[in-house]
Design a protein. Structure first.
Lengths: 270, 303, 335
């Protein structure tokens, strides 16, 4: 318990100073915010254009798909706000050797490497995504169901945990792959998989791929499970349980891999 | 020649070589074509070595580059399934996917990563002085440098892309005739010009504003949509489609792809190519004009 | 009871050979060639609490690598060490609380924030109580003379001031051991002197053990009574600073002040004339020959004043490194 308070205090302090720093570059902050709004606009424009020509995508109707978009935007925004910028600096830390400073502190290295800074401009995405989800639920005439909302939030957390773990695995790999392609690009490619409902993976060669990215490298579950849970009822409880289990396993595995990467860094650095 | 150790070394090495070549010109009279060939040869060689040096990254990035393509194809299959397999805005499913693949090729020619940021940085750091002191035309130098880099990039990417297109050959129902192909290649080279001088113009804004990178961020995000990289502009409501087709950004992605697919024919095609040419000229003029204006301001303030 | 004990610390690296030329680059895609580098070679020593010890050596000698092994940042290939009673590379939380590592020219503080904010973050990281933190901070800023600067963003401070802030941050949690890697590198002479003074004061006041690496003699002379000279990963000397000349100095500097018109012209036979201005001549004489040379000169000429000194320490050290380098190259070529 004492450890938890300690880390919370530290996180709060980091967040406070991070916000101060970010606001001191006001123009930059506003521009980033503007671009996030633009990006949401593009996603929604795509969505509207597509549904002007079709009635459903992979079994998702128009308002259901809108919810999916909002869920994606919020979740990706959460990861980007809390973790992405920190992780993308890792490769540079390894290259310059400045990672040493984080290894010297009596604080868990994973915490310092992944959580030390909050990107507040991306935090807005979480709220914007939530707003889109709210609008979609309204369009669906969703009957307020606190139990379902709770499980949704739980699955949202699990999806985030899966995305975080995958990010950590990618980040740790920078110890060996002296970067040529930044982590942002890799993350972009990664999110392109979770941007659409996994039901589109149907067909002769797509199904096995869909299976692979659902059960071996479970990227497709990240947004799909919480979103589907909310709009289509609990039509696959096994998948929900699986998602929760996978989230825990991946958190554990990614942490082990990260520590392994650190050991390798420490053997090689001079 | 020191062994190449990092992408940054490459840039330095190329810069050095570029400068050496300039000095060669002044001291030894040489056929211009030989000079150019040697310079491009060097840049090409260094770029290829750079790519081979990062072997792990090379393999990984090649694989990962094609994942979004897969999801895009699947998405559109699902969209067309929901629309009853009927053509959308005149594009059949195959044509849609072919379009999205072709947009990659357009982008290979028209995307200029780091160009505007590099110019703005040179202005800010004072590196611009070297263009003032030496008889090198910055735009010309950057254009040829980019051109050489593009060739290297296309050369090293041609194998994976050829593989991709081969795997997706079923989506290309028919190949264009020779005339259309010629027009297509024309549009690609013009796309390079439009893309280059447009980004260069944005870079020139660095003479007046410090935060060019922020502007760039906004422009690139918007461009992603308005150039037709997400879907063919024909999908938009007629009013918006017309607006976007009147703008130069379509040439950076939509136009060449549409030409290849035969969506733009006859008089429209000629008009389109002409317009692309005109836009290229406009942006060259704009970039040059901003450059001259900026230099005046720059030297007035002592840099 | 030594605060640091190192036994046979060794660190060997395998370095890939990058090849020039296109064909070789292609070949390296399929097979890589390696070379072994002994960065640290069988280094052993013991340091008592409160000591101020310097690792002196040329660039690439292995000083920083040794320091990093003692901090737990690097695993040794062979050998063992005990620091503050811990094995460093286990990196126990308790261990990390009790020492600090400061690296010259590397910034730990947040760049855009005032130093005061970075200190606050340090307080959270090390879980220092408010009372203890405020008191320690007050003492440190006074000692280092930067009380008025803590509210300025770090990027606006001069290099010397930034280094002081780094040191304060390193000392906030009152470590028992302070490791410094080239702390004055890149600083101007005045800043160097200030940092040296602050470190000395801190050591005297609080008895903190300090271990610093440097290739600047001035750092060493100002701060440390004891020196470990490292070259090519090996310790070639461990002892008081004063005795280095004795051990390594092959020559002595004889300063001679002759009568105004009595400056001899054949001094070359006695040694090397390093400096000559009017009646004053500096003569570098082989150590063993000094008595004989002095006798000969005093016999033949009239000397108003004279002194026999050790040559500047950095010259001695420079020569030692040069000899060691030559020796190392010779042995690696024959292998």
């Amino acid at each position: 318990m004492q450890v938890l308070t300690r880390y919370l205090r530290l996180y709060f302090a980091l967040g406070r100073y991070g916000l101060a720093r970010e606001l001191s570059f006001r123009v930059n902050f506003l521009v980033k915010l503007f671009v996030e709004v633009l990006w949401l606009g593009i996603l929604l424009a795509f969505y509207k254009t597509v549904f002007g020509k079709t009635t459903n995508v992979g079994g998702w109707t128009e308002p259901e798909y809108l919810f999916f978009v909002g869920c994606y935007f919020a979740l990706a925004g959460l990861i980007e706000a809390l973790f992405l910028a920190n992780c993308s600096e890792f490769a540079e830390l390894v290259r310059t050797g400045d990672l040493d400073f984080y290894l010297l502190k009596p604080i868990d290295e994973q915490f310092l490497v992944t959580c030390r800074d909050i990107d507040w401009s991306s935090m807005a995405n979480v709220f914007m995504g939530a707003a889109v989800m709210g609008i979609a639920l309204y369009k669906l005439d969703w009957p307020f169901d606190p139990a379902r909302a709770l499980v949704f939030l739980l699955m949202f957390a699990c999806g985030s945990a899966i995305a975080y773990s995958m990010l950590l695995l990618l980040t740790s790999a920078s110890v060996w792959f002296k970067r040529n392609q930044s982590l942002y690009e890799l993350w972009w490619l990664f999110t392109s998989l979770m941007r659409y409902p996994r039901e589109i993976f149907s067909g002769k060669w797509a199904s096995p791929m869909g299976w692979f990215f659902s059960f071996v490298v479970p990227i497709l579950l990240v947004v799909n499970v919480p979103a589907r849970l909310m709009v289509k009822f609990l039509d696959d409880p096994a998948l929900v349980v699986f998602t929760a289990a996978v989230a825990l396993v991946l958190l554990f595995v990614s942490r082990k891999f990260f520590r392994y990467a650190l050991r390798s860094y420490r053997s090689a650095s001079s | 020649m020191k062994p190449v150790a990092s992408p940054h070394d490459v840039d330095d090495a190329v810069e050095e070589r570029g400068r050496e070549t300039e000095e060669d010109v002044r001291s030894i009279k040489e056929a211009r074509i030989v000079r150019i060939a040697r310079k491009y040869g060097n840049i090409l060689r260094v770029s290829l070595i750079e790519r081979l040096t990062y072997r792990g990254d090379f393999f990984l990035s090649t694989i990962l580059r094609f994942l979004p393509m897969v999801t895009t194809i699947l998405l559109w299959q699902a969209i067309y399934a929901g629309a009853g397999e009927k053509p959308i805005a005149g594009f059949s499913l195959h044509e849609m996917i072919a379009y999205l693949l072709l947009v990659h090729i357009s982008r290979m020619f028209s995307s200029m990563p780091g160009l505007a940021a590099g110019i703005a940085r040179d202005i800010r750091d004072g590196q611009l002085k070297r263009y003032l002191l030496q008889p090198i035309d910055m735009l010309g130098y950057l254009a040829s440098y980019r051109g050489a880099h593009k060739i290297a990039y296309i050369a090293t990417s041609s194998l994976p892309y050829a593989l991709l297109f081969f795997l997706c050959r079923e989506y290309f129902d028919r190949l264009p005739d020779l005339l259309t192909l010629a027009a297509y290649l024309c549009s690609l080279f013009l796309a390079f010009a439009v893309g280059f001088f447009f980004e260069a113009s944005i870079g020139m804004i660095g003479f007046w504003f410090l935060e060019v990178t922020s502007l760039l961020y906004v422009v690139n995000t918007l461009n992603f949509f308005v150039s037709g990289q997400l879907f063919p502009l024909d999908l938009l409501p007629p009013f918006w489609a017309a607006v976007l087709k009147a703008m130069p950004f379509q040439y950076m992605a939509y136009f060449p792809a549409a030409v290849f697919l035969g969506k733009i024919q006859g008089a429209d095609l000629v008009r389109g190519l002409l317009a692309e040419f005109v836009w290229g000229v406009v942006f060259i003029a704009l970039a040059r004009w901003l450059y001259r204006l900026g230099l005046k301001r720059y030297s007035a303030f002592g840099g | 009871m030594p605060i640091i004990e190192a036994h046979g610390l060794t660190k060997i690296y395998r370095v890939t050979q990058k090849k020039e030329g296109f064909l070789r680059a292609v070949r390296s895609l399929f097979r890589r060639e390696y070379k072994e580098v002994r960065a640290v070679d069988n280094v052993s020593f013991a340091i008592e609490p409160g000591e101020m010890v310097a690792f002196l050596g040329p660039n690439g000698a292995g000083k920083t690598t040794t320091l990093k092994m003692l901090s737990g940042l690097i695993y040794p290939t062979q050998g063992s060490a005990q620091v503050l009673g811990f094995t460093p590379w286990d990196r126990a939380d308790e261990f990390r609380r009790r020492f600090s590592l400061v690296m010259g020219q590397k910034n730990q503080l947040w760049w855009d924030l005032p130093a005061a904010d970075s200190f606050q973050l340090h307080r959270e990281i090390y879980s220092l109580s408010r009372a203890q933190f405020t008191r320690t901070l007050g003492e440190l800023t006074e000692l280092f003379g930067v009380s008025k600067l803590t509210d300025q963003p770090v990027r606006e401070l001069s290099l010397g001031e930034r280094m002081k802030m780094e040191l304060i941050a390193a000392l906030l949690h009152q470590p028992q051991l302070l490791l410094l890697d080239e702390p004055t590198i890149g600083l101007d002479v005045v800043a160097q002197a200030t940092i040296q003074r602050c470190l000395k004061d801190y050591n005297v006041r609080y008895g903190v053990t300090m271990l610093l690496t440097s290739h600047y003699m001035r750092d060493v002379e100002a701060l440390c009574a004891r020196v470990l000279v490292i070259s090519h990963g090996r310790v070639i000397y461990d002892g008081p600073l004063a005795r280095i000349s004795e051990q390594f100095g092959k020559s002595k500097l004889v300063k001679l002040h002759f009568e105004n018109d009595g400056v001899p012209t054949d001094l070359e036979s006695f040694g090397e004339v390093t400096h000559s201005e009017g009646p004053v001549v500096d003569l570098k004489v082989e150590r063993t020959r000094v008595p004989e040379v002095l006798g000969a000169i005093l016999e033949r000429y009239t000397v108003v004043d004279m002194s026999v000194q050790d040559p500047p320490l950095d010259q001695v050290i420079a020569r030692v490194f040069e000899e060691a380098r030559v020796q190392h190259e010779a042995s690696s070529q024959s292998s």
